[in-house]
Design a protein around this ligand. Structure first.
Ligand code: HEM
Length: 296
């Protein structure tokens, strides 16, 4: 049997990424972890442009097949596992015949659906991936000093891209009502809620800067970045872990990810910002400087 080297390589990169997270926690510096996450996102999403939607979806499902099938006999199955025609929804050949049922539906939606649906998916992932990169550029080069003009231009372009990417997502989700494997209407409302979390933070950030409140602008934009990380990475990592744990309940794992990934991302970003702000408030900096000079 041919092994899907791409999926195995992806597992390898996940191990490296986890090591970077642990290193970041020890050193309290997350830059390598974040850069790696952005690069991995670009590789995964860029694949859609090279390999097409259905092949990329089969690759995506292949990532989940291993854990979702772990400990389940092929004949046994589970409520959240399903088979797909000709086993075409995976890159594992005949190795796995059961797949997460959301994956089977995902593949079918784009294999047998109208071209408009695929175009919406492309619009969604291209524009959201661009925003994902640009929002980090904005954080690195806040609109102070010489950066002001560029920060404003990139901010406006990002907001326009985010609007397109989110409209595509809302449109896609509007068709989820009859897709029982996703959780039906709960999936539709959940993705709309996710859009509200992401777009709401961005709108608040824009509203604050238009009022001239740079402090509140920064706070909302950091929440926005958290919601984007939540909607993309936290979602996929949570699904990876919850899929096998909740395989006896169809759509349970997916619905938890849909509803909770973006708000969790916001909470984590808020926690990190408050911590960073506490460390860099003038009094703490002064105390830190005194300690440094005492140590010298
Ligand atoms: C506003 C928050 C988001 C919402 C509401 C959302 C919603 C959706 C929906 C509805 C689908 C298609 C499922 C289907 O119709 O069968 C999807 C797939 C996808 N989304 Fe999002 N999404 C969000 C954020 C993001 C972000 C931030 C990115 C990337 C930076 C992203 C990238 C993708 C990709 C690549 C797929 C295809 C599945 C995959 O290969 O991972 N999404 N999303």
């Amino acid at each position: 049997m041919d092994l899907p080297l791409g999926v195995l390589a992806f597992y390898g990169t996940l191990v490296v990424w986890l090591a970077l997270l642990v290193r970041g926690m020890k050193r309290r510096s997350f830059a390598p972890f974040l850069v790696f996450g952005i690069a991995l996102l670009l590789v995964l999403n860029g694949r859609y442009l090279v390999d097409g939607a259905t092949n990329s979806i089969a690759f995506f499902i292949g990532i989940y097949d291993v854990l979702d099938n772990f400990g389940v006999a092929e004949s046994e199955g589970a409520a959240a596992l399903a088979k797909c025609p000709d086993n075409a929804c995976t890159v594992w050949g005949e190795r796995y015949l059961n797949h997460p049922s959301w994956g089977v539906a995902f593949h079918d939606r784009f294999l047998n659906g109208p071209q408009l649906r695929t175009n919406l998916l492309y619009g969604h992932l291209i524009f959201n991936s661009l925003v994902f990169v640009m929002m980090h550029v904005q954080l690195l080069r806040p609109g102070t000093g010489n950066n002001k003009a560029w920060h404003r231009v990139i901010g406006r372009v990002s907001f326009a891209f985010l609007t397109i990417g989110t409209v595509c997502a809302i449109w896609l989700a509007a068709e989820h009502g009859p897709v029982g494997e996703y959780g039906g209407s709960l999936s539709m409302y959940g993705f709309w809620f996710m859009s509200l979390c992401v777009y709401g933070c961005a709108v608040m950030g824009v509203a604050e800067i238009r009022k001239g409140d740079t402090k509140a602008h920064r706070i909302w934009m950091i929440r926005f970045v958290g919601s984007m990380w939540g909607a993309f990475w936290l979602f996929r990592v949570m699904l990876f872990v919850l899929g096998p744990l909740l395989r006896n309940w169809e759509a349970a794992a997916l619905l938890i990810c849909i509803w909770f990934s973006a708000p969790l991302g916001i909470l984590i970003a808020e926690f990190c910002r408050r911590r960073l702000d506490r460390q860099t408030t003038p009094s703490n900096v002064a105390v830190g400087a005194k300690q440094v000079s005492a140590n010298i």
